[in-house]
Design a binder for this molecule. Sequence first.
Ligand code: ACO
Length: 191
Amino acid sequence: MEFPFDINQLFSERVSILDQTLVAGRKSAGRPDLQEQIATVIDGLGKASAKAQQLPAPITSASKLQSQRHQIYLLKDGEHSGGRGVAVGFLKVGYKKLFLLDRQGAHIEAEPLCVLDFYIAENLQRHGYGLELFDFMLQHKNLEPVLMAYDRPSPKFLSFLAKHYCLTQSVPQVNNFVVFEGFFHNKTAAQ
Ligand code: ACO
């Protein structure tokens, strides 16, 4: 996704980690003008993600990020757009307290890291960018994908998880979260 400003100036790293502060590295700290541009990028990608998933409204925006304890991993490609770079996509994660059912139907209370939103720009999908972003997050969190929960995963995302991480056997839940076989290892039933 292209923007009318220099993505490379805004995001110095290939993957930037954004939180409530809307700061991407030292450059944007104390620079409201750059933070405004970062907000424009988040809002643009959030809207495109909602459209791709046919959601009535975006679940990711700069103002939501400022009020929630979530993190966004934002991937850029610095080579595109005459050297100004493009925003390729984002992955939003956060911890959620969930009541889940294990394979035996026992209630388990857990607070896993959840994938809350995930989007790669339409024209760049199926080029391995999603995998690059997801792997970056897993390394950063030092986590295995089977230990995460997935909020209303789309058919494309389910296919992605099956292809790259062999996550195919989900354990039925009564909420919108999906967890896979292996999630409950080492977890005991709630009282
Ligand atoms: N149809 C079916 N499967 C797809 C598609 C598609 N159009 N696009 C990607 N995939 C899956 C497939 O398993 C594909 O492998 P294949 O080409 O061999 O079939 C695999 O992803 C490709 O891997 P990457 O290239 O690394 O993935 P990509 O860069 O496309 O990112 C993502 C995956 C984020 C799901 C992207 O396709 C996308 O943005 N989709 C639209 C938005 C969306 O559905 N996001 C998930 C929301 S649910 C949530 O966030 C909890």
